[in-house]
Write a protein that binds this ligand. Structure first.
Ligand code: ZN
Ligand code: ZN
Length: 361
């Protein structure tokens, strides 16, 4: 099969690899489409959080890419959950299934992360992070990582189901959102925009979105934001206070990665409020811990899309509760992965989700 591999940092090369074979409880997925994610950009330029054979992912014949969807074309031993021809989106993480975190459904935080080689083989897989990913014609996936693509959902949109799954997992981690509770989402990237959409679909009110680009904020409105705050023209904390009449909100999902994100979130939530950090700053930040304690504020960090959140997100997509297509902005051919990478990284031409069609239709 044709597959892109990562040589040195930022050096992607199209090559030939053998088609992988599905083992027990696995299927072979013919990849139809794959989206670029900020995680891919980080891996391709710097390496982590990819972990291949215990180290950096460079020059190891490693194929990146994790936000893919496709068609089941071969079944491993004992698979009856899926049939040949089924269209599927995939979760990124398949944990080892034997550590404490996996056993609790937190398989995105598997304690045997990257342990899938040599004598360290505990069976962990995170395609595009610790095992081969989706910038290729085929990939093997455990059935636990598959989600049926709802009827009528196109290939490009289906690549976004796992992104919506991450938004859902953020809400799960906050403790679940009850209709009528209020939500601030900071940062209108792909996960932020879909956090708005999922929050709204679950009945959050109001949903407030903060960001710096009016075009992205407007997308947030189409996905369900009741209020938009451009932080270039208004202080986001004051805006949230104004909108909530000084009460503050129940939840903040921090997707901006801004160094002030946590601190601002602490001033946006009401007492007893909860903050989930999805984005993260690249350097350590200091916060007023006493304020957290005095106000009984809980802070969570999440990774990926655990506890089968992707299935719940797919249910919302199937019910057309929001239009994930809105954040898909560009499509490239398989030969043009480096160009797609460039568009995604540099946000050329307003790029949000850049999709590569592996299979021409
Ligand atoms: Zn991703
Ligand atoms: Zn595990």
């Amino acid at each position: 099969m044709r597959a892109w591999i990562l040589d040195d940092p930022e050096q992607l090369r199209l090559t030939e690899k053998p088609v992988p074979q599905p083992g027990p409880a696995e299927v072979l997925v013919r990849i139809d489409a794959i989206a670029f994610c900020d995680g891919d950009i980080r891996i391709i330029t710097r390496g982590p959080p990819a972990l291949i054979e215990g180290g950096l992912p460079f020059n190891k014949n490693f194929t990146p890419g994790h936000e893919y969807m496709g068609t089941v074309v071969r079944l491993g031993l004992g698979v009856d959950e899926y049939a040949i021809g089924d269209r599927v989106a995939v979760e990124v993480h398949f944990g080892c299934g034997r550590c404490e975190r996996c056993r609790a459904g937190m398989y995105t935080s598997c304690l045997n992360y990257g342990m899938n080689y040599g004598t360290h083989n505990k069976g962990h897989r995170a395609n595009g992070f610790t095992t081969d990913g989706g910038f290729a014609e085929y990939a093997v996936n455990n059935v636990n990582t598959l989600v049926h693509v709802p009827d009528g959902i196109g290939d490009e949109e289906a690549t976004l189901i796992v992104t919506a799954g991450t938004a859902m997992y953020a809400i799960d981690t906050l403790g679940g959102l009850i209709a009528g509770q209020s939500l601030v989402v900071t940062g209108p990237g792909a996960i932020g925009l879909l956090s708005v959409a999922v929050g709204k679909a679950l009945g959050a009110r109001p949903v407030i979105l903060t960001g710096t680009r009016d075009s992205r904020l407007e997308l947030g409105k189409k996905l369900g934001a009741d209020h938009l705050v451009n932080i270039k023209t208004e202080n986001p904390v004051e805006a949230v206070k104004r909108i909530t009449r000084d009460k503050g909100v129940h939840y903040v999902i921090e997707c901006s990665g801004n160094p002030n994100g946590l601190s601002d979130g602490m001033d946006m939530v009401m007492r007893g409020g909860r903050i989930c950090l999805v984005g993260f700053a690249n350097e350590p930040v200091s916060v007023d811990v006493a304020k957290l304690v005095r106000n009984h504020i809980s802070v969570f960090g999440i990774r990926g899309e655990g506890r089968s959140a992707t299935h719940r997100a797919a249910a919302l997509v199937a019910q057309r509760r929001f239009d994930a297509k809105l954040i898909h902005t560009h499509t490239f051919k398989m030969e043009d992965v480096p160009m797609a990478f460039k568009y995604s990284r540099e946000r050329i031409d307003g790029a949000i989700k850049v999709v590569v069609k592996i299979r021409e239709t």
